[in-house]
Design a protein around this ligand. Structure first.
Ligand code: URA
Length: 273
């Protein structure tokens, strides 16, 4: 059971994170109330940071000794009340934060929740999610071993009575990106896999075609970042050759993580290559 001081520190951290991410007016959290709560805890550490450090680094570092679970929980709470995109906040059933192991070595980044994810509050639970889960299984992991998140935490809104999902706009991506950056800064995976162009462009600003980016290593905040096709692409264009390309990307990720790859795994989707 946490002590009263630890609970106060956690609450102060959560409120401060909300204030930093959403701004004081949106959160209604005043500097005075933070000071009353957190005199003892984080402020002194924050002031030690160099002004060059980016805001998401500051948020992460000033209480980096807190367990990752608690830091993710505080961030999840901040995300759950976000109204930076009013139109998305009005449209969503709930925000979709992320799922998996807070200590994951491998983290997948997708685009945005779709209808299924919006209903269930978990990323990649629809058809594309089923395929991603299979890919993760073929690598020798379960969903609980890795971490899965999206660039956008809200489902992009659709006109009334219109089925399907849409891609996020560049503005929506820019507004939501600090949350993903913060998730990555907390989890510190050894390998990041961007699923599709929205994720890749969001993380790197690189605007090349997916065909040119996939299978190549990039970096995001010094973390090796690999681009591969989004599972929805494979659902639309599921030729064995395209599946093999994604599988080769996954083997690159496995190699980077130092995982053994069996002969059987090496042969997946090879026949029609
Ligand atoms: N597509 C995504 O990019 N993310 C999801 O969570 C579901 C589908």
């Amino acid at each position: 059971m946490p002590s009263i001081q630890e609970t106060a520190a956690l609450l102060a951290h959560s409120l401060r994170m909300r204030r930093d991410l959403l701004g004081p007016r949106r959160t209604g959290v005043s500097r005075e109330s933070l000071e009353r709560l957190g005199k003892s805890d984080l402020r002194s550490k924050q002031s030690e940071l160099s002004p060059k450090e980016t805001p998401h680094r500051q948020i992460s570092n000033f209480k980096s000794e807190m367990p990752r679970e608690a830091r993710l929980a505080a961030l999840r709470e901040a995300v759950s009340v976000c109204r930076k995109c009013e139109h998305l906040a009005d449209f969503r059933t709930q925000t979709v934060f992320g799922v998996g192991n807070p200590n994951a070595e491998l983290m997948f980044v997708g685009e945005a929740p779709g209808e299924d994810e919006d209903k269930q509050g978990e990323p990649f639970v629809g058809r594309a999610g089923e395929l991603l889960t299979k890919i993760i299984g073929a690598m020798g992991f379960s969903r609980d071993d890795v971490y899965i998140a999206n660039v956008l935490k809200c489902r992009p809104d659709m006109p009334a009575n219109t089925p399907g999902n849409r891609a996020p706009t560049a503005e929506e991506v820019q507004r939501c990106l600090p949350y993903l950056r913060e998730q990555i800064a907390i989890i510190q995976p050894r390998v990041l896999v961007a699923l599709g162009k929205t994720a890749m462009t969001g993380l790197t600003g690189t605007d090349e075609a997916m065909g040119a980016m996939r299978g190549r290593w990039f970096t995001f905040e010094n973390i090796p970042l690999l681009a591969t096709y989004h599972p929805s692409y494979l659902l639309r264009n599921g030729s064995i050759g395209e599946k093999r390309k994604v599988w080769e990307d996954m083997m690159l990720a496995m190699e980077k993580l130092g995982m053994p790859i069996s002969e059987k795994q090496r042969g997946f989707f090879l026949s029609a290559k």
